[in-house]
Ligand binder design. Structure first.
Ligand SMILES: C[C@@H](O)C(=O)SC[C@H](NC(=O)CC[C@H](N)C(=O)O)C(=O)NCC(=O)O
Ligand code: ZN
Length: 367
């Protein structure tokens, strides 16, 4: 039985209520705080964890800093500590509140292919995409090609990466699929077949649901789900990634990335739950489809899929929010050598990479 829950911002089902007790042990309802050993987010212990009332007269100036060094009465030191703690908490809260107001959108998804021209031909002739631009970086021995259904300043697009001399990658088991919304799945599948494309799942209602879907594979073996929908400004509509703890992932994507939980869909018959996360409604903007398979806590990620890129107004605050949310920063915020675009990069609790790109710098790149 499938339950679909459109998400009102204040209503949120307990995911564990979806999972059949008969399944291989539903994950903890209260997933442990995100503290995977590979994501050490500890902050220096602070002397601020002291408990006592804070006299109003105490200003947090030079006097308080003396107290923080342990000079003065124990009560006064404790009071100063609490002011500092309150100040730190307020700063952290400000950063996390800022995330929700930051101007963010999914910019592109990046993955590696073995033959750029082969992929460009398939995406343009079979999937109706446009080649938007190419970028060759000979000093780094790679070429990018950007493809999509509209200009990069307003559409979620694909950034293909060809590394010189590398013609094959391991897609792994964690990457799921890209979603393409089409008005007629059967017609699209027939075109793909006529062009010699590989159809791995014929058109029909999704198992346990109603949406007409089909699955195809591109020349490198990446899966594309074709979803039958009406006209949409964003045909490239999904990136599906498998996660080992859905509650943990949802919490992180909300808190660190500022995404909204758009809906969840539990399919007990087929033992999986999906959560759609994004910055806008599914029928108008691309989403990250997080998929949890009952009882599966981690996946081999291979070396083919790279990352999602998200726009932000401040990569420095973004990095701070990611740290505060327990994420691991893998590239400190700052300008890229040579092109000066400011970015920061991180891993989510499952190890999926995300790059945040300064919005103004991104638009300059497109000029
Ligand atoms: C909501 C829509 O975009 C989907 O992608 S649901 C499609 C469905 N997904 C799963 O089964 C996910 C669990 C699976 N074990 C996995 O890890 O991929 C799907 O693929 N259905 C197949 C079908 O034939 O309906
Ligand atoms: Zn999907």
């Amino acid at each position: 039985m499938v339950r679909i829950l459109p998400m009102a911002s204040s209503i949120r089902p307990s995911l564990s209520s979806f999972r059949s007790a008969a399944a291989a042990g539903p994950p903890s309802r209260f997933a442990a705080p995100f503290a995977s050993p590979s994501h050490n987010s500890c902050r220096p212990l602070s002397l601020l964890h002291l408990g006592s009332a804070v006299p109003q007269s105490l200003s947090f100036g030079l006097k308080a800093s003396k107290l923080l060094r342990g000079e003065g009465s124990s009560t006064a030191v404790s009071a100063a500590g609490n002011i500092a703690q309150a100040s730190t908490a307020a700063t952290e809260e400000n950063v996390l509140e800022w995330v929700k107001k930051d101007k963010r959108r999914l910019l592109h998804v990046v993955y590696r292919v073995g033959d750029l021209d082969r992929t460009i031909k398939f995406y343009t002739e079979c999937l109706g995409m446009k080649l938007l631009r190419k970028r060759d970086i000979p000093e780094e021995r790679y070429t990018n090609a950007f493809l999509g259904y509209g200009p990069e300043d307003s559409h979620f697009v694909i950034e293909l990466t060809y590394n010189y001399g590398v013609d094959k990658y391991d897609i792994g088991a964690g990457f799921g699929h890209f979603g393409i919304a089409v008005e007629d799945v059967t017609k699209t599948v027939d075109l793909i077949k006529a062009k010699g494309g590989k159809v791995t799942r014929e058109p029909g209602p999704v198992k346990g649901g109603k949406t007409i879907i089909a699955f195809i594979e591109d020349p490198d073996g990446y899966k594309f789900e074709l979803l039958e929908r009406g006209p949409t400004p964003e045909p490239l509509c999904q990136v599906m990634l498998r996660v080992g703890d859905l509650e943990r992932a949802i919490n992180f994507y909300e808190k660190a990335y500022g995404m909204e939980l758009l809906r969840t869909r539990d399919n007990a018959e087929y033992k999986y739950t999906v959560a759609m996360m994004g910055y806008g409604p599914e029928d108008k903007s691309a989403v990250i489809e997080l998929t949890y398979n009952y009882g599966v806590s981690e996946y081999d990620k291979g070396n083919a899929y790279a990352q999602i890129a998200i726009g932000t107004d401040d990569v420095y605050k973004t990095a701070e929010a990611i740290r505060l949310s327990g994420g691991k920063i893998t590239r400190e915020p700052g300008p890229l050598p040579g092109i000066n675009t400011k970015i920061t990069a991180c891993l989510d609790p499952d190890g999926w990479k995300t790059v945040f790109v300064d919005n103004i710098d991104f638009l300059k790149e497109l000029e």
